[in-house]
Design a protein around this ligand. Structure first.
Ligand code: CAA
Length: 698
């Protein structure tokens, strides 16, 4: 095996190169390699430079080693060894310098960064904290404690340029390694004791204490139940209050506690799940088609958001609508959405103008003839979609990809309207499409491999999180909402208030509860789709209160009231007495005796309903991995990331317990509609998990 750490002598300077593709993670052989090469360098060089091959310094600890027995040298002792070196060591910081990578740079005595380098401590995103001295060295280096607490608790990286501003690096240079060698040459042989960060003494002041206290409050609010951000900030504060060694001991103890926690396991699960989801399925071969120009049909909320996504990524976009008025409205909305970012500095007026210039408008299908990808976001009925695809089939050039943004409909049936079903697939965006990261890519029966690969490539270019789904009503995400909302609505009839349901689920970690989401989406949306569905008696009763609210003009947030009343100015919600009356009316009509429902029951019934439907989606092949379902719920539905996702959560609870509950509920609450999944039941019987199922089927 070629060595992952090697030394190149440049005169008196030893350049220690780390080469561990793809991201130069600090795997065991890298850690020991650094220690060995540095020992040699100290015997033959006057100074050393630590650099990474491939434009990346080090992207962090090797996450795959987490949870395995630790092997010496641990990263903490590698950083201490570098810091104790008899010759000065300069870090040449380029590309991703994250987590343990930044901690390694902090162990060095000097840092030279590329202005575009990304320096950060993203450990909190994995439910842990920097565990190799970073929480103690960073505050000792930075000019301002606020920056240190931000870096350890937010996980957000900063640029090399910003790093220089806050005192994290000594120099910036486009030619980073050469500049680091020059600096090493300059400092060789000179005293550098004051550069050993563990020796820097920090003292706290009332101002520092106040900064941390304020930060703790803000972090708790932002973290929404995630434990690591606050703990990371608290450990960083110790840098001001206790000697370095004690701070390191606290950091280690907190790291060990966090790395073994359910939250960290869940966050690591979702990290790998995201990367897995973005890869092409194994049976797919070839390469993507070239996409240079994109057409979008429909300039409403969805079409506008989708067009914004493409324009932001640099694609020229032709937008088609039925009328000029609809185009005027759509273009005005896009411009105003972008312009809102000018005030906060997210974008400049020129930036908005540049994006707008990428959009052209038409009411004539023929103008879509030069597009390589055409995405329709027109009205969600099969007749309208069929008509659109027949028209597209006539005008689109040979090899153009035709995509439907349908959120429920049968993409095979849509594809069948064309003479080229192999060019058709679903690209289901989530509203607002320019903000929400999820893209469900729906692979229809005849979708060609290179069409699927092209959709994945577009997702990457537009920074969306793709998940491939099979054809089936509502694909992965929306399909699972049905039983989730069913349980929420049922529990309202059984005695819980909308507020109790929503609070129980936001306390669980969801961004919003299901009743509040229904009000936000508009109760009339569900109402209309139910009218088309011919529901059975049980199902009709579940939604009767919602339907009566719509008939009485309470459509949700858009009409100012739904299950809740919304304050016009603040949108703050309060109980809607009319909703309470309607719910009571339905209860009385059907003789439903109310009872006290615990928050625990609310969580169980909704979360088990989700996992059960997820299992159906897996068994039917609509989802190919349980971990894909977790990605869908994290990126499209506001599921708490630190719980991993509905399927990972179910594994954590234990499928045995869920199977028992499903059988129990089957006789009572929710009745026949529980429809326990054979897959879930058999996994439970064999004491297996969805994670095991994924391993068997990958
Ligand atoms: N350990 C192991 N593998 C890693 C890794 C890591 N730290 N970072 C990335 N990889 C792997 C990915 O799993 C992926 O592998 P596959 O190709 O087999 O799927 C591959 O490297 C490429 O990764 P991406 O697809 O994510 O590539 P990208 O260019 O889009 O992003 C990145 C690169 C920004 C570095 C991103 O991968 C990332 O954010 N990585 C995690 C960084 C991180 O969290 N570091 C801190 C680790 S914890 C730590 O260091 C704790 C400590 O103090 C001891």
């Amino acid at each position: 095996m070629t060595k992952s750490v090697t030394t190149e002598m440049r005169g008196d300077i030893a350049v220690i190169w780390i080469n561990n593709p793809p991201v130069n993670a600090l795997s065991h052989h890298v850690r020991s390699g650094i220690v060995e090469e540095l020992a040699v360098a100290q015997s033959m060089a006057k100074a050393a430079v630590l650099a990474g091959y491939g434009g990346t310094f080090i992207a962090g600890a090797d996450i795959r080693e987490f949870g395995k027995p630790p092997i010496e040298p641990m990263l903490g002792s590698v950083c201490a060894t570098i810091e104790a070196s008899s010759i000065p060591v300069v870090a040449a910081v380029e590309g991703n310098t994250l987590g343990g990578g930044l901690e390694t740079a902090l162990g060095c005595h000097y840092r030279v960064a590329n202005p575009k380098a990304k320096l950060g401590l993203p450990e909190v995103n994995l439910g842990i904290l920097p565990g190799a001295g970073g929480t103690q060295r960073l505050p000792r280096l930075l000019l301002n404690p606020t920056e240190a607490v931000n870096m350890v608790s937010s996980g957000r990286p900063i640029s090399g340029t910003k790093a220089q501003e806050i005192g994290l690096v000594d120099q910036v240079s486009d030619d980073t390694v050469e500049a680091a060698i020059a600096l090493a040459t300059e400092v060789a042989g000179k005293p550098f004791e004051d550069r050993r960060l563990s020796k820097v003494e920090l003292v706290t002041t009332p101002e520092v204490e106040a900064i941390f206290e304020t930060a703790f409050g803000a972090i708790t609010k932002m973290a929404k139940g995630a434990a690591a951000p606050l703990q990371a900030a608290q450990v960083a504060k110790a840098a001001y209050n206790v000697p370095f060694e004690d701070g390191i001991a606290l950091e280690r103890a907190t790291f060990m506690e966090l790395v073994a926690s359910d939250q960290s396991k869940a966050l690591r699960h979702i990290f790998f799940a995201e990367r897995q989801a973005a890869k092409p399925p194994k049976d797919v071969t070839g390469s993507p088609r070239e996409i240079k120009k994109i057409g979008v049909l429909g300039a409403g909320t969805m079409g506008g958001g989708i067009a914004m996504t493409y324009a932001e990524a640099g694609f020229p976009v032709t937008m088609l609508e039925m009328t000029d008025e609809a185009l005027d409205r759509g273009f005005a909305t896009m411009e105003s959405n972008w312009s809102r970012g000018i005030k906060s500095g997210r974008i400049t007026a020129e930036g908005v103008a540049e994006r707008m210039a990428r959009l052209t408008r038409t009411t004539d299908y023929k103008d879509l003839a030069d597009c390589d990808l055409i995405v329709e976001a027109v009205f969600e009925t099969m007749e309208v979609k069929r008509d659109v695809f027949r028209k597209l089939d006539k005008v689109a050039k040979k090899g153009a990809i035709l995509a439907s943004n349908t959120s429920y409909l049968d993409v095979n049936a849509i594809a069948a309207e064309t003479s080229r079903p192999e060019d058709v697939l679903g690209m289901h965006y989530f509203s607002p499409a320019n903000i929400m990261p999820l893209l469900e890519i729906v692979r229809a029966d005849k979708t060609a491999d290179d069409v699927l690969l092209s959709a994945l490539a577009v997702a990457k270019k537009t920074r969306k999180m793709p998940v491939i789904a099979g054809v089936g009503h509502g694909f992965i995400g929306n399909r699972m909402l049905t039983p989730y909302f069913r349980q929420a609505n049922l529990m309202v009839l059984e005695g819980a208030s909308p507020e109790q349901i929503d609070n129980a689920l936001t306390n669980f970690g969801w961004a919003m509860g299901p009743i509040a989401v229904s009000d936000l989406a508009g109760l009339d949306i569900g109402y209309k789709s139910r009218k088309d569905q011919n529901l059975d008696e049980h199902e009709a009763r579940v939604y009767l209160a919602a339907d009566r609210l719509v008939e009485a003009g309470h459509l949700g947030q858009k009409s100012g009231s739904g299950f809740y009343i919304y304050d016009k100015a603040t949108r703050a919600r309060s109980e809607n007495p009319e909703a309470t009356r309607i719910v009571e009316e339905v209860r009385a009509e059907f003789g439903i005796n109310t009872r006290t429902i615990s928050d625990e029951e609310i969580v169980e019934r909704t979360m088990y309903a989700l996992a059960n439907e997820g299992a159906h989606a897996l068994a039917e092949g609509v989802a190919s991995r349980a971990s894909d379902i977790d990605v869908v719920y994290n990126h499209g539905y506001g599921y708490p990331r630190w719980r991993g996702g509905p399927m990972h959560y179910a594994d954590n609870v234990g499928l045995k317990k869920i199977a028992e509950k499903l059988s129990e509920y089957g006789d009572g609450a929710g009745g026949a509609h529980w429809n326990p999944s054979d897959l879930l039941m058999s996994l439970a019987e064999d004491s297996r998990s969805f994670g095991d199922w994924d391993k068997d089927n990958s």
